[in-house]
Design a protein around this ligand. Sequence first.
Ligand code: ZN
Length: 303
Amino acid sequence: MKERCEPLELKIYKSLSSRMDLIPKDKNHFDNLLKGYEGEKRFDDWINASESDGILLNDLLFETNNTFYQIDSLYVAPHTIYLFEVKNYSGDFFIEGEKWYSSSRLEIKSPILQLKRNESLFRRLLQENKFSFSVEAYVVFINHEFHLYQAPPTLPIIYPSQLNRYAEKFNKNAIASNGVYPKLAEKLLSLHVNESPYSRLPEYRYEEVRKGIVCGKCGKLNLSLYKKTLLLCSDCNETEIYKEAVLRCVNEFKLLFPDKKITADQIDDWCGNIKNKRSIQRILRENFVRVGHGKTTNYTDVQ
Ligand SMILES: [Zn+2]
């Protein structure tokens, strides 16, 4: 099934935030991605703890009617599909009419409108694929520090204080299983579009990002060689085996620059010339497949 893994966009942002100064707009987007991901993990824990028989599908991107839309979570239970928008908001919010505001009166996007839009597109997707399942859609506020004022009780919202009761409801509804729903889950998974056209990445060029090995613990770029095979972070005192740190750094390079070739010179430069080219060469030879000879030598993943 589709397990949740750290979104590519978030991984890239994490790496870039260590290697360049993000402009406030990008920094803000990065913070939101991070917070959203934490909320989604918390949501997974909640739904898994409900111990019902449903199948959880995460981070889905569908296309219906030439429109792409992202669904945080679908919970396919024997008779009902639950569609969830997961929000990790904390603090006080209030509603006026259809508009949503933070406590500082800043208008925010209405999660309900987003939910309604996704729900109607998703219902259409089910119709097109001739599945007649009932759909229930909710915005789930997963953070216990969240409070919403002036909300009518009819809104499709699950508040933090209601999480346990809803978990019980899923459990009860799941009793008489009809056997069709795993097929439906499989079908939905096959309709998921893989690459998100939504990724909003900041612009970056190889020449402009800071080189060096990012500390795996604190994310700073202050590692230096210590006792030949170890790296030491002068910010948090963490040590890491040189070889493992280089491999981590190669993965980061592949993620940020998928079109660039992996060569010893390139990786030595990317790691901030922290030791020497020969040691990089040895690590690449041991962990990748060598292609070409002499000056054209480069390395790719094992096929
Ligand atoms: Zn560190």
